[in-house]
Design a binder for this molecule. Sequence first.
Ligand code: HEC
Ligand code: HEC
Ligand code: HEC
Length: 136
Amino acid sequence: MYDAGKIIIGLVIFVVFLTFAFWMDAGKAVPPPKPKLNTPVIMKMPKAERKCVESKEFMRTEHMQLLDTWRNEALREGNTEYINTNGKMYIVSLQNTCMKCHSNKKDFCDKCHDYAGVKPYCWRCHFVKGQMKNWE
Ligand code: HEC
Ligand code: HEC
Ligand code: HEC
């Protein structure tokens, strides 16, 4: 009546089919992208001063919180200056500060976000210089 072998093979195919998307992801094995830092503004900085507003390690893990703080400070407190841990002052602005140095949004922010699977919605309203509009 039953052909156990066929049923098992059928089940295996079924399970592989169900988890196909997962295997495809696992098979990707794409190394994390190396965010490109070779923008004109960054290249113009003396090598020893090629720094972000905070340390690279901090920026890597905390830039979303920092941006959130910046936005709240700017909009709620009207505070448009940010003093970093080394006492250096930056103007609180996504477009005019972050994106002035990181003008290569596609090779920097986007690349990393695509890899991490996040899609910040900021670009519906904020622009990157040189791009007329940027509907994500
Ligand atoms: C619905 C439109 C909209 C979206 C979406 C949006 N913003 Fe804004 N944001 C604004 C407006 C309007 C201002 C006020 C601009 C000004 O005062 O010049 C502002 C101001 C800011 C400021 C402070 C001033 C400046 O020029 O940067 C920061 C920082 C900021 N937003 C970050 C973000 C981040 C990060 C995101 C995504 C997580 C985001 N915004 C999404 C509309 C938006
Ligand atoms: C004055 C130019 C400048 C400004 C302004 C700037 N950055 Fe950076 N950013 C850099 C440089 C240079 C590095 C690499 C730092 C290093 O290698 O030590 C960097 C690194 C980073 C990193 C880590 C990249 C990695 O390799 O993991 C993130 C994330 C980042 N920046 C986001 C931001 C955000 C968000 C803002 C605005 C709040 C901002 N940056 C403002 C120049 C800048
Ligand atoms: C080194 C990789 C990397 C780079 C470069 C990077 N990001 Fe991110 N970003 C992330 C990761 C990972 C998250 C999600 C973190 C989380 O969910 O806790 C994130 C989240 C965010 C968020 C919050 C989005 C949300 O929906 O919560 C904002 C805003 C943001 N990034 C802005 C930027 C901007 C602007 C740049 C370019 C100047 C940038 N990021 C560059 C890795 C990066």
